[in-house]
Write a protein that binds this ligand. Structure first.
Ligand code: ASP
Ligand code: MG
Length: 416
């Protein structure tokens, strides 16, 4: 069996859904299809959660925009005949939720509302395929993907999920299942999510448990490129990558796949394909076990909105491992991601993936021990497989705030 994952862009309107149908139709073997919320609707739902928990009057306006967007897709897909009732029940459920009072747990409320994006998109695609004569079974993934109760960043309970996924996706009654990415549920059946863009990870979880022949992620790019084409020109497509290379790239900030996707697939040796839904015949990029040496071009990864924080002890003492330990753990506790670190005798330089607003409280506490200097609005550039020419070109006419090179990877913090 295989697993296909379609992201928001691949189902953003009726013609995109029809294209997904063509891709699914051309696969004749057993298949699990994991789908994200349509288009940008998760962003819209985030606004809805905010408005719901602030109890402001924009709530219904956002809800109507959300429903209207899907209604248009439904009308385009189903025309006069209309759509089976299931999807309307979901809008009613969401409406009921919005009429209740929010609890004090924002992250909990977030997951209870954000999940409607995926529930509705999968319902629409599943019903559309069934109506077109392509039989499939819609599955509520919350019955089999079990997690702890860290809302918005839930951790998978692998043992339990393993058992339930094998039971649920047994292919005894169908060759095609359609289910949601990104979400799961707790022991008490409360909805949880795996973190933004988590649907790739869902596809990897299902693929690894069912020992899929491959997992394919269908995107609007021809595969993995040497840089984000929206940010750089002259990108080249990379035909194959090792799991390790893919983890390094995505961890540095390449948005093409979620960084958690590789581990479950690596551990079972299942190939991950990144393919274009625009050119489905193209081979795309294959991420798999590579024993031979392959030549890779320089790969650029840009991570924007970074802050450089420089701390030095107020008593002029030398930065020690205890300082590093204390500061890093403190930042982790405040959910601030450290992307790079460098120290000198007196200075501890920390690059954080945060805005200056996020850091206000943190600075208050750190200033008890340290003098603080900081710069905001920086870009962290990671270049894998760098060459001297590429480095020279990259630094030309730019202010470099920090630089770090290893054998394979160069990192630099720049202001553009
Ligand atoms: N719909 C969710 C998001 O936009 C999950 C995903 O797309 O993977 O973050
Ligand atoms: Mg999305």
């Amino acid at each position: 069996m295989k697993v296909y994952k379609f992201g928001g862009a691949s189902v953003k309107n009726a013609s995109a859904v029809k294209n997904v149908y063509e891709i699914i139709k051309s696969e004749s073997g057993p298949l699990v299809v994991v789908i994200s919320a349509m288009g940008e609707s998760t962003n819209l739902l985030e606004l809805l959660v905010r408005s719901f928990s602030d109890n402001d009057d924009k709530k219904w306006e956002i809800f109507n925009a959300f429903r209207g967007y899907h209604q248009e897709i439904i009308s385009d897909l189903f025309g006069e005949q209309g759509m089976p009732q299931g999807v309307y029940q979901l809008f009613t459920d969401l409406e009921h939720k919005l009429r209740t009072r929010p609890s004090y747990d924002y992250n909990f409320e977030y997951d209870q509302i954000i999940c409607f994006g995926e529930l509705i998109s999968t319902r629409i695609v599943s019903d559309y395929l069934n109506a077109a004569g392509h039989a499939n079974v819609w599955i509520d993934i919350r019955n089999s993907l079990k997690t702890d109760d860290t809302f918005r960043d839930a951790k998978v309970d692998w043992e339990w999920t393993d058992e339930l996924i094998k039971e649920e996706f047994n292919f005894s009654d169908t060759n095609l299942y359609i289910t949601q990415g990104f979400m799961g549920s707790t022991t008490a059946n409360l909805t949880t999510t795996l973190g933004r863009e988590g649907s790739d990870f869902t596809a990897a979880i299902i693929g690894s448990i069912l020992e899929a022949e491959s997992v394919s992620i269908w995107k609007d790019v021809p595969g993995i490129l040497s840089a984000d084409p929206k940010k750089m020109k002259d990108t080249v497509k990379i035909g194959e990558l090792s799991y390790k290379e893919a983890v390094e790239m995505t961890h540095s900030g390449a948005k093409v796949i979620h960084p958690k996707t590789m581990q479950p697939l690596h551990n079972k040796g299942i190939p991950l394909l990144v393919k274009s839904f625009v050119l489905p015949q193209d081979p795309g990029t294959i991420i798999h076990k590579i024993d031979h040496k392959i030549e890779l071009p320089p790969i650029f990864i840009l991570k924007e909105n970074q802050v450089l924080i420089t701390l030095s002890a107020k008593d002029f003492s030398i930065i020690s491992i205890n300082d590093i330990d204390r500061v890093v753990n403190f930042l982790i506790g405040k959910l601030i991601k450290v992307t790079l670190m460098q120290q000198s005798a007196i200075d501890l330089n920390i690059v954080a993936d945060a805005s200056s607003e996020d850091l206000e409280e943190v600075f208050g506490e750190l200033s008890e021990h340290y003098k603080i200097r900081y710069n905001t609005g920086l870009t962290l550039v990671t270049i894998r497989h760098y060459t001297e020419e590429v480095l020279d070109w990259m630094v030309k006419e730019k202010d470099i705030y920090l630089e770090q090179h290893s054998r394979l990877t160069a990192r630099m913090l720049i202001k553009e």
